[in-house]
Design a protein around this ligand. Structure first.
Ligand code: SAM
Length: 197
């Protein structure tokens, strides 16, 4: 669920009518790195309930577009330049068919997370698989020069995946937003300037 622990960011999100506290993580990254700009074409993987779409669609505006994909339905009504689709990012046919009309994107976001089991090694491995798949999608869907931002857990897979990402992008940053719960192992890899394919 989006609103589970009622912390500062949870209350702030409710008050400001955002769909999830997760919005403040992207907002912080946006303030620091300006990864989203007016007119951008944005793909948001793991988009439900939709707070990242709220922020991204407000920034890109009607001259851009946002496509959100999630296993869960995204019930919120967004402006016409936002498309939301329910499905599994591991279903290749579904992903290819969904993205074909929109490619290329300027920015690919992934806030995907597995349902956690509490077993750290298993959770981190599942999150790494989601990251890897998001990375694979980003490499096919982004334009050269594009930006990839994705969540990953700090586990044994992290360093290898970071070094894989570095091969394809001009710059990478590892970001732990203030709004990310301190006890959470989540961090974000931000990769800027996709090299020519
Ligand atoms: C932390 S939530 C995303 C919150 C979202 N960024 C927001 O701001 O509202 C993580 C999402 O990843 C989705 N997810 C996990 N595995 C997925 C998969 N295989 N395909 C698509 N979505 C997936 C979950 O259903 C969940 O909604």
């Amino acid at each position: 669920m989006a609103f589970t622990v009622q912390d500062h960011y949870f209350r702030k999100a409710k008050k400001e009518h955002y769909l999830a506290r997760a919005i403040y993580k992207l907002e912080e990254i946006q303030k620091k790195y300006r990864i989203l700009r007016g007119g951008n074409r944005v793909l948001d993987l793991g988009a439900s309930p939709g707070s990242w779409i709220q922020l991204a669609s407000g920034i890109v505006g009607p001259s851009g577009l946002v496509v959100g994909i999630d296993l869960k339905p995204i019930g919120h009504v967004f402006p016409a330049y936002v498309t939301t689709v329910q499905g599994d990012i591991f279903d290749r046919e579904f992903v290819d068919a969904t993205l074909a009309p929109f490619i290329p994107f300027d920015v690919v976001l992934s806030d995907m997370a597995p349902s956690t089991s509490g077993v750290k090694v298993a959770d981190s491995a599942r999150c790494a698989l989601l990251f890897e798949r998001a990375f694979e999608i980003a490499l096919t869907a982004l334009r050269p020069g594009g930006t990839f931002l994705a969540k990953i857990f700090q586990g044994s897979e992290f360093h290898q995946l970071l070094s894989d990402v570095k091969k394809y992008f001009g710059q990478t940053r590892v970001v732990k937003p203030e709004a990310s719960r301190k006890q959470s192992k989540e961090i974000y890899i931000l990769a800027l300037n996709l090299k020519q394919k």
